[in-house]
Design a protein around this ligand. Structure first.
Ligand code: BG6
Length: 468
């Protein structure tokens, strides 16, 4: 670690993200002792009634949710301050910056439009050298705005000091993909089109909107989950081995994969689905229809479930569909990447019960790696059964936001998204967004607590995929 004193300036500090994820992650990180001498400054827009006291309480409450009560965490709570500012105005930003001691990390927990305006204002006034920026997703609202924001940032801060946040890269299971793939001899040789039938990346949640209308209704499932998190998971599963895990090697490998990724057959009408939930009961909770949630404009037709099938046009993956799906208010949590293998080229006559393909499953919650394989069952040894060989992982040392904050404090952007990659991620989903906007793909409905619309692109289920 890096021992200089640092200030974390949290723009949008009074918002939901800070309370639920950022501050708890920070509390845990600080408690590990890795960031001595950290000062936290929270900033909010001044339209609400915040002051030092209320802010300190917010930080203390967030730290308490994760039991961050060691001496370092207590010191951060004691010394933290609140500054009200309009971050799109140069004079407010100047005032904020002169208030900061040591090396500065600025976290933009702001909507993309405000982030862009704040970045433009910072570009005009300049930053103390060495300042690191952390930008929450969505980064821009399409490829053009992402490129323009990248251009603004490039004018006043080196790329390696820009941390575009994707907290999935801080999830321990996501990081475990690296060890699984590249520290074992047995998986890597079969992870290619000769052996793999398809790859699914699924993130089904039982949670609904949870009061996030202001953000979510303008995003929707495709932008909220697929454009960011699921494409990052795809990249980690599909990339070639990096020689080291430093930022340059790791992000270079991921960038190569995403550059080669596009909608299957270039046909977003055939290969995407969108749907939103109606009233129902999910995980024992009664949910109103999405369209009836407070703050939602039903005419925007924001989807709460998105599916898309992608092609990765590389030698290794040509012809293998990557099926991505994420939805809210579904019957059960299913958060995993599944590699479904082709059938063996020939099974000796006389063996039965091997219809299910082999599958490698990487579970993100609970954190688990497992393998579905066909072996002889208890009775007749020639009648096979599928068993699941599983290994569970404890939670990582830090929660995902703690992990990405550590990256920024230590100046290591390996776990953040490089500028060109974020533009490519928009390029991949844009044909889908355009087809939806044009009404070419109907917005389906599914009751909260159901399995989603009937004609999922994930069917045939991996278990039903036949010989290829
Ligand atoms: C966030 C999305 O980025 O990721 C949420 O905005 C989603 O809609 C969440 O629920 C899922 O991540 P986690 O860490 O809760 O598994």
């Amino acid at each position: 670690g890096d021992r200089v004193s640092q200030t974390l300036l949290l723009l949008g500090g009074t918002g939901d993200l800070a309370a639920r994820l950022l501050l708890p992650g920070l509390g845990r990180l600080v408690d590990t002792g890795a960031q001595p001498g950290l000062t936290l400054i929270g900033s909010g827009s001044g339209t609400e009634d915040w002051d030092d006291e209320r802010w300190r309480r917010r930080v203390a409450d967030a730290f308490a949710t994760v039991g961050a009560d060691g001496p370092r965490a207590t010191e951060v709570v004691r010394t933290t301050r609140y500054v009200s500012a309009d971050v799109t105005r140069e004079e407010d930003l100047r005032r904020l910056l002169t208030d900061c001691r040591g090396r500065l990390v600025i976290f933009f927990a702001l909507p993309p439009m405000i982030t862009a305006r704040a970045a433009a204002a910072l570009a005009r006034i300049g930053l103390p050298p060495g300042t690191r920026l952390m930008l929450e997703k969505p980064f821009g609202t399409n490829a053009v705005s992402a490129r323009s924001l990248n251009g603004i940032l490039a004018r006043f801060v080196p790329e390696d000091q820009v941390h575009r946040i994707d907290h999935f890269l801080g999830k321990s299971t996501v990081m475990n993909i690296l060890g699984l793939r590249f520290a074992n001899r047995i998986f890597e040789p079969v992870l290619n089109s000769a052996h793999v039938a398809c790859v699914d990346v699924v993130f089904d949640e039982t949670l609904g909107l949870e009061g996030r209308a202001g953000y979510y209704d303008g995003a929707g499932a495709l932008v909220d989950m697929v454009q960011s998190h699921l494409l990052q998971v795809l990249a980690l599963i599909a990339m070639d081995a990096p020689p080291t895990l430093d930022a340059r090697d790791l992000r270079g490998r991921k960038a190569q994969v995403l550059r080669a990724t596009r909608v299957w057959d270039d046909d977003p009408v055939r290969w995407s689905r969108r749907a939103r939930y109606t009233a129902g009961e999910a995980a024992g909770r009664r949910l109103p229809a999405y369209a009836d949630e407070p703050g939602i404009d039903p005419n925007r037709e924001t989807e709460t479930l998105a599916e898309v099938v992608l092609a990765v046009d590389t030698w290794r993956w040509a012809g293998v569909p990557f099926r991505l799906r994420s939805g809210k208010a579904l019957a059960g949590k299913r958060e995993e990447a599944v590699v479904t293998f082709k059938q063996p080229p020939r099974v000796p006559t006389g063996l039965t019960g091997y219809e299910q393909p082999d599958r490698l499953r990487i579970g993100f919650g609970p954190d688990r790696l497992s393998l579905d394989v066909n072996i002889n069952g208890p009775g007749n040894p020639l009648e096979l059964d599928q068993v699941n060989l599983a290994a569970d992982f404890g939670p990582g040392e830090l929660p995902p936001y703690g992990e990405v904050l550590r990256g920024a404090f230590e100046g290591d952007p390996a776990l953040s998204v490089r500028g060109d990659t974020v533009e490519d991620s928009w390029r991949i989903v844009e044909p889908v967004l355009e087809a939806w906007r044009a009404g070419a793909v109907p917005l389906q409905e599914y009751p909260a607590g159901s399995h989603g619309p009937g004609d999922s692109l994930l069917t045939p289920a991996p278990g039903e995929l036949r010989r290829h």
